[in-house]
Design a protein around this ligand. Structure first.
Ligand SMILES: Cc1cc2nc3c(=O)[nH]c(=O)nc-3n(C[C@H](O)[C@H](O)[C@H](O)COP(=O)(O)OP(=O)(O)OC[C@H]3O[C@@H](n4cnc5c(N)ncnc54)[C@H](O)[C@@H]3O)c2cc1C
Length: 322
């Protein structure tokens, strides 16, 4: 075993996944000079299917002044909302970023030791976590998103995902000379058990997409693809996006369940690896970041790690209560 370990890269903490959850954890650990390593299967900057809506709380948690953010960030003071046929303007205070820029910047902000590696096998042996016979650490943080290998290895029977918690979503972000710079949200249109969006971004990009409960879609026997076509039709009719050849991408993730187990020994899971997105809006970036910061604090102080007080709903924030 000593021979084996000598060939490995040995550190105190390994974070698997460098998305917002892993990057926030890395940012906190770096402030305390912890010996850690981030492994990600993707080469950054990487594409992440996401509308890129973030709340003021995300900026506060990460101590980001929007004026200092070096990439495009768009501020919205209201949303155009449609719930079935009822339309209204919601005053709010929200932001939109592009994930390809934001995630890369966030991850590199703490200048981590970052290795491009797809984690396949994790073992716990002699009080250390061994990854693919190449890396070892006393503590491991699973920030690998919906299919996180840390979750699969150590939390498989612990996380009880609630019925209806799986969200399937499709989106596309592209350069577009948009005429309407308002953010539009359409809830429950054409029976979609979820909502669709049109989010104009800074520097001439637009993100459109939709998401909904996988179980409800199955029950209604209607595909997300069908709803995508209806959305594209609506965008055309409203003159929001015309003559675009769409190439949407899909992804799935879990909404927040009850009392998730988030630590087993020195193995932690954070962000989408747990399933923390808010129950009303599927907002996952903020909860991912908070869980990453809390996991780092628990590692630093050797105290309990819990996600109980992380927000379960987005509406208070949309209405300006947070
Ligand atoms: C279409 C869509 C739109 C969304 N829109 C919004 C929105 O507007 N606002 C919002 O707040 N939330 C939104 N969400 C949710 C949000 O994107 C996620 O909750 C958020 O990305 C979670 O961050 P994370 O760091 O936990 O996971 P991720 O961002 O998924 O990061 C996980 C990282 O782990 C890496 N990884 C995975 N497996 C391995 C492995 N085996 N080895 C090494 N690395 C690995 C991946 O490459 C990735 O970089 C949306 C989701 C979808 C699908």
């Amino acid at each position: 075993m000593p021979g084996k370990l000598a060939k490995m890269k040995n550190v105190d903490v390994i974070i698997v996944g460098g998305g917002p959850a892993g990057a926030a954890c890395a940012w906190k650990l770096a402030q305390h000079e912890v010996d850690f390593l981030v492994l990600d299967k993707a080469t950054f900057p990487r594409v992440k299917p996401c509308a890129g809506w973030i709340t003021p709380l995300v900026l506060r948690d990460l101590k980001i002044n929007p004026a200092d953010y070096p990439f495009g960030i768009k501020h919205f003071t209201n949303f155009q909302v449609s719930i079935k046929n009822f339309q209204f303007k919601l005053s709010t205070d929200q932001y939109a970023i592009r994930r390809i820029e934001f995630d890369d910047w966030l991850l590199h902000r703490s200048k981590p030791d970052l290795v491009n590696h797809s984690v396949k096998e994790i073992r716990f042996e002699n009080n250390r976590y061994l990854i693919d016979e190449s890396f070892s650490a006393k503590t491991i943080v699973g920030a690998g998103g919906t299919n996180c290998p840390v979750n699969k290895t150590f939390f498989k029977n612990q996380l009880v995902q609630e019925k209806g918690a799986l969200i399937v979503a499709q989106e596309e972000e592209f350069a577009y000379e948009y005429q309407d710079d308002r953010c539009h949200l359409w809830f429950l249109q054409n029976g979609l058990p979820g909502y669709a969006w049109y989010v104009p971004k800074a520097n001439g990009y637009v993100n459109i997409g939709l998401g909904g409960s996988a179980a409800e879609l199955k029950k209604k026997n209607v595909s997300l693809k069908r709803h995508w076509y209806l959305l594209v039709e609506k965008l055309d009719k409203m003159g929001l996006v015309k003559d675009h050849e769409y190439k949407p991408v899909g992804h799935s993730y879990y909404l927040r369940g009850r009392n998730p187990v988030v630590r087993q020994g020195n193995a932690f899971i954070i962000g989408d690896s747990i399933g923390l997105a808010t129950r009303d809006m599927g907002e996952g970036i903020g909860p991912a970041i908070q869980s990453g910061i809390r996991a780092a604090e628990a590692i630093l102080s050797d105290q309990a790690f819990t996600v109980k007080s992380i927000q379960k709903y987005s509406f208070p924030s949309l209405l300006g209560f947070r």
